[in-house]
Design a protein around this ligand. Structure first.
Ligand SMILES: Nc1ncnc2c1ncn2[C@@H]1O[C@H](COP(=O)(O)OP(=O)(O)OP(=O)(O)O)[C@@H](O)[C@H]1O
Ligand SMILES: CC(=O)C(=O)O
Length: 578
């Protein structure tokens, strides 16, 4: 039965043209509906009938999630504070719980780094309401006690949230090389001589320590050192056993513990340091959802971490940060070994010429998408909003490009960690993503997507469910215990939302990273039909689908629920009041 439906959907797939033209093509006719759908159950409460809501009509109903009004520095006024506290109290009532506003939602997810500006209960709640999907903990800063507090707050938020739960990503410090402490910032001027030493000394006006003993061996005369991601640069002139003498090329203000990179080279340190293993264990104990592993250079380190996690019985996904020069020749094997990648443009643009960054960004996104892996674009996305309440036009374009290129998520770092306008930054990212996505109806599926999965019948069903839901302008509904089928569908980037029902809270949280997925926790009953009806009723009750609207319901994946292993299907159902 399902196969018949698939053929119909495929034959009428709209592939190009403006929204208006596409809407014209999709305008319902009785013939279209009955030709397309094999099983016309006009009377059934779960009836499959006419396609009545083309994509354009659904899109016009989209509503942005409400963002609390803010003063220029994100500090709420007194009356807003009272109103907000009341909201928090209501939210604290777990019998009510938070459902997102009735909306066909933003697809590109937002990762927010939590730091001094946002590590309170109030700010975590506000970030979540403004659109945060993933909370990132940067292990280069803070300690386990402060990170524990944030994890507990996110878990507290999740316990009362329904469809907008927040995933937790632990970002390892990795073998980063940093300058040492300075009593106060110093000015470096072009032409001046400056020394880096591996001796543990407090810095002076012309010398600072480096936290990495092999620094002297790794650099050579003529190398270009970049400080703070390239804010300052110095040329290596000579070296001794324990120090490197440089000439300042581009000067600036040097503060304590700044990043040091050597142009074109990666440090010879192991990708996972002792501190990282300690932090990874902390992540296992706290059941975080993702590790973002810094400075990965080859696939071996990913295998090592995955083996460790398997032995520890931890189901945590591994996102590799592509930021070191050495990782580039190994991109394919590194990404194959991982669950996803982050384009970590800060260090990437320091180890490699900066003009390579946009080219690599596009390539990494393409590679991840063709291999069915998650991909995050990070760093400097709204950098100016760390101190200004509005973004530059270039920053807005940068977000739009990442969305168009098909990133699963875009990331905020200092903007939310220690910036003055964390909520406004999230709001801007949300609005720009949503606006850009609205121009991307009928996005072409990458031609080679599917190569990685072609042995699975579920891949074919993900492809055809996407074609079908795009053709008739519906959301997709899927039931998943492991997240596999929801993630597979996400990689095909259907135009409508993927409502992924899962009976595993952990999976619901993990799915928060993936493009287009709205994951909802639901206890599955033994009876498939009973569960489907419950799921559709829940969507309708919460304004996520309307009465009379159709949804494409997919039953496929690696581990069958209700169906037999060999039977996969796609159905189109009409949402009806009983
Ligand atoms: N958990 C934390 N505790 C304290 N400060 C933090 C924390 N997380 C981030 N920050 C602050 O926010 C800034 C921006 O966060 P980000 O994650 O971009 O750090 P980073 O990539 O290490 O960059 P930087 O080179 O500025 O340290 C950090 O430099 C740090 O000052
Ligand atoms: C995110 C990060 O680590 C970078 O951009 O370098």
């Amino acid at each position: 039965m399902a196969t018949e439906m698939i053929h119909g959907a495929f034959a009428t797939n709209p592939s190009s043209g403006s929204l208006q033209r596409q809407a014209e093509k999709l305008r319902p006719t009785a013939g279209f509906g009955s030709k397309l759908l094999f099983q016309s159950e006009k009377k059934s409460h779960r009836g499959v009938g006419h396609v009545s809501l083309p994509i354009i009509a659904m899109r016009s109903t989209r509503v942005d999630p409400e963002v609390f009004p803010m003063t220029p520095e994100d500090v709420p006024k007194a009356e807003e504070q009272i109103q907000y506290l009341q909201t928090i109290q209501e939210l604290g009532d777990t019998s009510v719980g938070t459902w997102s506003k009735p909306t066909v939602r933003r697809k590109t997810k937002i990762v927010c780094t939590i730091g001094p500006s946002t590590n309170t209960r109030e700010m975590i709640w506000r970030l979540a309401e403004a659109g945060m999907n993933v909370a990132r903990l940067n292990m280069s800063h803070g300690d386990h006690t402060s990170h524990q507090k944030v994890i507990d707050l996110v878990k507290e938020y999740n316990a009362q949230a329904k469809d907008n739960v927040i995933a937790i990503m632990l970002d390892t410090k990795g073998p980063e090389v940093r300058s040492g402490d300075l009593p106060q910032p110093i000015m470096l001027t072009s032409g001046q001589e400056f020394t880096f030493t591996i001796q543990r000394v407090v810095g002076t006006a012309d010398c600072v320590s480096v936290n990495y003993d092999d620094f002297v061996n790794d650099v050579e005369v003529g190398d270009m050192l970049l400080v703070d991601g390239g804010m300052m640069s110095l040329m290596v002139k000579s070296k001794t056993e324990d120090s490197v003498k440089c000439e300042v090329i581009d000067g600036g203000e040097l503060k304590s513990r700044r990043h040091l990179n050597v142009r074109g080279k990666s440090a010879t340190l192991a990708s996972i340091t002792e501190k990282d293993w300690d932090d990874i264990k902390f992540g296992v104990d706290n059941k975080v959802d993702f590790y973002a592993v810094s400075f990965v250079k080859d696939a071996a380190v990913v295998h090592e971490l995955k083996d460790y996690l398997q032995n520890a019985g931890a189901d945590i996904h591994v996102i590799v940060k592509i930021e070191s020069a050495d990782s580039i020749p190994n991109l394919h094997s590194i990404i194959t070994a991982s669950d996803g990648a982050m384009v970590a443009r800060g260090d990437l643009g320091a180890e490699l010429p900066i003009e390579e960054v946009p080219i690599l960004q596009e390539e990494i996104i393409r590679l991840c998408r063709s291999m069915g892996k998650a991909v995050i674009v990070a760093t400097n996305m709204l950098e100016s909003m760390i101190v200004h309440p509005t973004p530059t036009r270039a920053e807005v374009s940068d977000i739009a490009i990442a969305v168009r290129e098909g990133a699963d998520a875009v990331m905020l770092s200092g903007e939310t960690a220690n910036g003055k306008y964390p909520l406004k930054a999230v709001k801007v990212m949300h609005t720009v993503s949503l606006r850009t996505e609205a121009t991307m109806v009928g996005t072409q599926t990458l031609p080679n997507l599917g190569q990685a999965f072609k042995k699975h019948m579920s891949d074919m069903f993900a492809y055809h469910a996407t074609m079908m839901s795009n053709t008739i302008g519906t959301s997709t509904v899927v039931f998943t215990r492991t997240g596999f089928m929801a993630i597979l569908l996400s990689h095909y980037r259907p135009s409508g939302t993927i409502f992924a029902f899962t009976n595993e809270k952990r999976i619901q949280q993990r799915l928060a990273l993936y493009q287009g997925i709205c994951a909802i926790y639901l206890e599955f009953s033994d009876n498939a039909e009973e569960t489907f009806v419950k799921a559709l009723a829940l969507l309708q009750k919460n304004g996520m689908v309307k009465e009379g609207e159709h949804v494409a319901l997919v039953q496929s994946g690696r581990q069958p629920i209700w169906r037999s292993q060999s039977t996969h299907n796609i159905q189109v159902r009409k949402v009806c009041d009983k």
